[in-house]
Design a protein around this ligand. Structure first.
Ligand code: AMP
Ligand code: GLY
Length: 427
């Protein structure tokens, strides 16, 4: 089978690596890809915003399945357009992508179907938003409604911070994504990522993971797209797992079906484990990045039949197997990220790093030039490892990291700390 993968990050490198191991695969392309993905797939310079061009490529090359990694093409309706052209595509259609593309849409769905989440108000003017936050007090969370590349959320510790965030969003900091703002109750607890594979009717759990959003050790500094992750997380016990499936994932899938906009693809729930049980604070309509990297390392089953079963509405009879091991990924980013950073700096030592048992390196933002690997983004590498325990996986990943010579890069040194502490007998 010929497959086209869309995306260029570490998530897509992990997906390409996993798809490439499938006996069902004949040929894999990736648009646009990166230097690491080029080891698994033929990278092609296709403008993925141009759906007609993507369809033409698929027809010319007899592509039978398109796998969409990031949210932007999903929200732009690439799956609808591919399906209309008779090409199978993994990921939600435009209407169902609203679960990520509009925070207000998701909050309304939660209200309609009794899905546990924080109290909220949707606001279309600064005056309305200011009135609401002043009545509620801080801490409180201010969110741009639309897609804002992971930057549209301000967790305001003080009323002043909330007021500043409201002003910034209504002044157009996120363009039309901030024309509506959702003000949400601050949820206190431990944050986990939970993934389920959906076919419009049935949802099967994939795995849990924990991301590390802040840029510096001990969860300091600004939020990022994610500086590292591990899976499984010990905080998602069997009981919590069932609660998330029963109270969040299943009612969402049933609700979307009832509304006539069934959800197919990966449903990623950002969940806060509060004293009152798990509460949803956001949905994404795709794999997490970097959580996908650790999920792919742990997945024993072939992923291609899973994608096909999701597209065909056949998940009811489907089962996925996982390695019991723990997996971790540490992100190496360019110094300055998530602010300004230099590009085209040289990275060495990757081959030596990958020689360590259980280690896999996925590229998030690299290019190859004259045989050298150069940084080409904010998040640049995912140094991943698998181990019998999270502590073993962590030790391997950092051992590999120390073999990489990239003076212009940095990473957090504490990825997985909460799970390691728990493994050692803490809480
Ligand atoms: P997002 O960009 O939606 O992933 O949100 C960024 C981060 O903001 C999340 O990872 C959470 O840590 C935090 N966050 C979002 N909503 C809430 C909430 N209601 N209460 C507390 N923290 C939140
Ligand atoms: N790891 C966060 C995200 O993928 O949105």
């Amino acid at each position: 089978m010929n497959i086209l993968l869309i995306g260029s990050g570490g998530r897509e490198h992990a997906l390409a690596w996993k798809i490439a191991s499938s006996p069902l695969l004949t040929k894999l392309w990736c648009a646009p890809g990166n230097a690491g993905i080029a080891r698994e797939a033929e990278c092609i310079a296709l403008d993925v915003a141009d759906h007609t061009a993507v369809i033409a490529f698929c027809k010319t090359n007899a592509v039978e399945l398109v796998v969409v990694g990031p949210e932007t093409p999903l929200a732009a309706g690439i799956v609808d357009d591919l399906e209309a052209a008779g090409i199978k595509a993994f990921g939600p259609r435009k209407q169902a992508s609203q679960l990520e593309a509009s925070k207000g849409f998701t909050k309304a769905l939660c209200s309609e179907f009794g899905i546990p989440t924080g109290a909220y108000r949707r606001c279309t003017s600064a005056a309305e938003a200011l009135d609401y936050v002043r009545a509620q007090g801080a801490p409180i969370v201010v969110k741009a409604d639309g897609l804002a590349a992971g930057k549209g959320v301000v967790v305001a510790r003080t009323l002043q911070e909330a007021e500043d965030a409201i002003a910034m969003m209504f002044e157009g900091a996120f363009g039309s994504a901030g024309a509506e703002v959702v003000i949400e109750e601050f949820l206190e607890g431990r944050e986990v990522s939970f993934f389920a594979l959906c076919d419009g009717e049935t949802a099967i759990p994939l795995a849990s993971a924990q991301d590390h959003k802040r840029v510096f050790d001990h969860d300091q500094g600004p939020n990022t797209g994610g500086m590292g992750a591990y899976s499984p997380t010990p905080f998602v016990t069997a009981e919590v797992h069932d609660q998330i499936m029963d109270r969040i994932i299943s009612p969402t899938v049933a609700g979307m079906k009832a509304r006539g906009t069934p959800f197919c693809g990966v449903l990623y729930a950002g969940v806060m484990l509060t004293k009152g049980g798990p509460k949803l604070f956001e949905f994404n309509v795709r794999f997490g990045d970097p959580e996908c990297q650790v999920l792919m390392l742990r997945m024993m089953s072939d992923i291609v039949p899973a994608f096909l079963a999701a597209c065909d509405g056949e998940l009811k009879h489907f089962d996925l197997r996982w390695f019991p091991d723990s997996a971790i990924t540490v992100v190496m980013a360019a110094k300055g990220y998530p602010g300004d950073y230099r590009k085209a700096t040289r990275i060495e030592g990757l081959d030596e790093a990958e020689k360590i048992d259980g280690v896999e390196i996925f590229h998030a933002g690299t290019v190859e030039k004259d045989g050298a690997i150069l940084a080409n983004g904010g998040r640049v590498l995912n140094v991943c490892a698998i181990g019998k325990t999270i502590a073993e996986a962590q030790a391997r990943a950092y051992q590999a990291l120390d073999r990489i010579n990239w003076p212009d890069g940095f990473c957090r040194r504490d990825i997985g700390w909460q799970a390691v502490e728990k493994e050692r007998g803490g809480n």
